[in-house]
Design a protein around this ligand. Structure first.
Ligand code: THU
Length: 165
């Protein structure tokens, strides 16, 4: 038999799933609430898909973001990046502890967790690497289960980082 030189490498990611917002720890419920409020203020006339994000800094302060769309579609930005860049711009030296994300479609009810897009994962990872401590991510749709990743690294295995530059 021909020798096999291909090595298989299995990557495991870890998530926790809560049945609903009411199962979350109190402080995270409060944070998810802020994300829900922010979501309603999203400017999403084109996709009619509203996303809200809220993050807690180590100081306890909460920073929010929501998606901001544009008639020139690629000029808009996702909620998660609005929030994390907002934190980076206004609190450059304060670590980020946790981010809560929620999405609501004006077309249909989103009942399962909606994870952040790839570009947002990459952007969040930059700050996790910079601060050298994990950022936990909780994400949900409009209703239903809430998923938790203890670190953005769990949502973006094999991420591109500054060590490659
Ligand atoms: N969107 C977010 O805000 N976050 C994501 O992670 C995925 C998508 C926004 C972008 C756009 O305004 C709308 O949702 C539909 O893609």
């Amino acid at each position: 038999m021909k020798k096999q030189y291909v090595k298989k490498h299995k990557i495991e990611i870890n998530l926790e799933v809560y049945d609903s917002v009411s199962e979350l720890p109190q402080d995270i419920q409060k944070l998810m609430n802020k994300a829900q409020q922010a979501r309603e203020d999203a400017y999403a006339p084109y996709s009619r898909f509203k996303v809200g994000a809220a993050l807690t800094l180590h100081s306890g302060e909460i920073i929010i973001g929501n998606n901001q769309e544009n008639a020139a579609f690629p000029s808009g930005l996702c909620a998660e990046r609005v929030a994390i860049f907002h934190a980076g711009a206004t609190h450059p030296k304060t670590n980020i502890k946790v981010m809560a994300i929620t999405a609501r479609s004006l077309q249909r009810e989103l009942t399962s967790p909606i994870p952040p897009c790839g570009a947002c994962r990459q952007a969040i990872a930059e700050y996790e690497i910079k601060q050298e401590s994990p950022i936990a991510i909780y994400f949900m749709g409009e209703t239903g289960k809430v998923a938790k990743a203890a670190s953005i690294a769990d949502l973006l295995p094999l991420l591109f980082n500054k060590s490659y530059l």
